[in-house]
Design a protein. Structure first.
Lengths: 45, 176
């Protein structure tokens, strides 16, 4: 279990799959953006 | 292998959450109507610079103004069974119209008579952060109640009248 939180080791996973992490980041940015837009529209009424 | 996948999933999840925060903040900073500034790194309180009038001093802090608020008196049903179309008020959509109905407001003249204390109460109740004052709901309602359509359109946009495309919409100066 302690391996799971070993930053140095787990960073290799990111390096090998950077595109997946980047895609997740991009998806997150999109979701955050859309959430903000919807929140504004809801507030508008 | 499963350990590897779990780690990858955790990183992806982390990236997703970070992305959500970045996306949200980006939208607040650059995606708003006109110049929007972030007041805090946390949640919503934002200022829209090109709203109807310059931003009024922040008055919607519940703790400060708790004693000054006063719930406006509503009525149980619309007079004559026919309510005014409150969506004509710039800043009021179908949802807020329902909320106003639930609070007992069906007519423009009712809202036009709100005192500053009552405006504070409704604003606080609807968590509008000073929007009612900023968007001058009482002024809008005074004009609408008096039937001053031209003046209303001049100050607050189409306000429910048909636009060039033939669509009915609320005031265009504060709503898209």
């Amino acid at each position: 279990m302690s391996e799971l939180f070993n930053f140095h080791d787990t960073w290799i996973v990111v390096e090998q799959n950077w595109w997946l992490v980047l895609a997740s980041l991009a998806l997150g940015i999109w979701v955050g953006w859309v959430t903000c837009v919807r929140k504004n529209h809801t507030a508008q009424g | 292998m499963s350990h590897y996948l779990l780690e990858l999933a955790l990183w992806m999840l982390l990236a997703f959450f970070i992305g959500c925060i970045i996306g949200y903040l980006l939208r607040l900073m650059i995606g708003g109507e006109g110049a929007v500034t972030l007041e805090a790194a946390g949640d919503v309180p934002l200022k829209v610079a090109n709203a109807v009038e310059p931003i009024a001093p922040k008055t919607a802090e519940p703790a400060k103004n708790a004693g000054k608020m006063e719930r406006p008196k509503g009525i149980s049903a619309a007079r004559g069974g026919k309510a005014d179309k409150l969506q004509r008020i710039s800043g009021v959509g179908p949802k807020n119209e329902k909320v106003l109905h639930n609070l007992g407001f069906f007519h423009f003249d009712q809202i036009a008579k709100w005192t500053p204390e009552e405006v504070e109460w409704v604003d606080d109740h609807l968590k509008f952060n000073g929007r009612i004052k900023r968007e001058q709901w009482t002024k809008q309602c005074k004009l609408l109640a008096a039937g001053k359509e031209e003046e209303f359109a001049k100050l607050f946009g189409t306000g429910g009248m048909k636009n060039k495309a033939g669509q009915t919409q609320s005031g265009s100066r504060t709503r898209k």
